[in-house]
Design a protein around this ligand. Structure first.
Ligand SMILES: NC(=O)c1ccc[n+]([C@@H]2O[C@H](COP(=O)([O-])OP(=O)(O)OC[C@H]3O[C@@H](n4cnc5c(N)ncnc54)[C@H](O)[C@@H]3O)[C@@H](O)[C@H]2O)c1
Length: 246
């Protein structure tokens, strides 16, 4: 028995990194997986690997979300799980962050989650289900040089609670996941080996996290194993937000 037998899941940003790992794990656990991304070749490759369906999905575009949910309806007649995973990272001090860059991050990370929830719920409310919104430790704390990313990740934490309140009556649970520093292509441009060592030294578990470790938490929230959790924050960060090291 798989932990997601009979479930249909839509994952945004599933072409690589954590989203791709969630697609692999969900498929291993019996789910039918729809993978959305803007990197079509990589996305199609992962979809083929996991026996899923790839859909072109720019999360900042409402029409793309409507089309992705329509695929779930046409192919499977239901949608039980939405993972709002897609995001971009840009780093700059507030004084150097251009309005254009700020708005670009908000459009993908924040508006993308709003549109995902709004579009998916139309189908999900027929059966109930689980929405997992990927925030960050940057949605818990406000490190310097991260204004747009932090703003977007705090917004996801708040939206999660609003959605949990609005959709409880349909049997839809909504939770946020807050990963720490995870070994994926997202961090490559910003963290060299030295920066990773310095970062990890401040944690209680002194290494980067893996996509699999986050995917296991997302699986728990997507599955019925977490049936008593909604509107809550789940941290997966090697103890960096709890650690009292300088
Ligand atoms: N890697 C980390 O250290 C870390 C830490 C905390 C939180 N997170 C969060 O985890 C999630 C996954 O990140 P990751 O580390 O796997 O990053 P990643 O960059 O490896 O993967 C992100 C995926 O999102 C896709 N994407 C980007 N813009 C998109 C758009 N407009 N529409 C659809 N897809 C789009 C990319 O093509 C890519 O496949 C993100 O929400 C990220 O903010 C990552």
């Amino acid at each position: 028995m798989g932990r997601l037998d009979g479930k249909v899941a839509l994952i945004s940003g599933a072409a690589r990194g954590q989203g791709a790992e969630e697609a692999r794990l969900f498929a291993e656990e019996g789910a039918k997986v729809i993978l959305g991304d803007i990197e079509h070749e990589e996305g199609q490759r992962v979809a083929q690997e996991v026996g899923g369906i790839y859909v072109p999905l720019n999360v900042a575009k409402e029409a793309d979300w409507i089309a992705a949910v329509a695929v779930a309806e046409e192919k499977f007649g239901a949608l039980h799980i939405l993972v709002n995973n897609a995001a971009i990272l840009r780093r700059a001090p507030i004084e150097d962050c251009t309005l254009e860059e700020y708005e670009q991050v908000i459009a993908v990370n924040q508006t993308g989650v709003f549109l995902g929830i709004k579009s998916a719920v139309r189908l999900m409310k027929r059966t109930g289900g689980s929405i997992v919104n990927i925030s960050s430790t940057a949605g818990i704390r406000g490190p310097a040089n991260n204004v747009a990313y932090v703003a977007s990740k705090f917004a996801i934490r708040g939206m999660t609670k609003v959605a949990a309140n609005e959709f409880a009556k349909y049997g839809i649970r909504v939770n946020s996941v807050h990963p720490g520093l995870i070994e994926t292509p997202m961090i490559d441009p910003f963290f060299d080996d030295e920066a990773i060592r310095t970062f990890a030294a401040r944690q209680l578990i002194n290494r980067l996290g893996t996509s699999r470790e986050v995917a296991e938490m997302v699986l728990f929230l997507a599955s019925d194993a977490s049936s008593y959790s909604t509107g809550a924050e789940f941290i997966c960060d090697g103890g960096v937000t709890t650690g009292n090291r300088p």
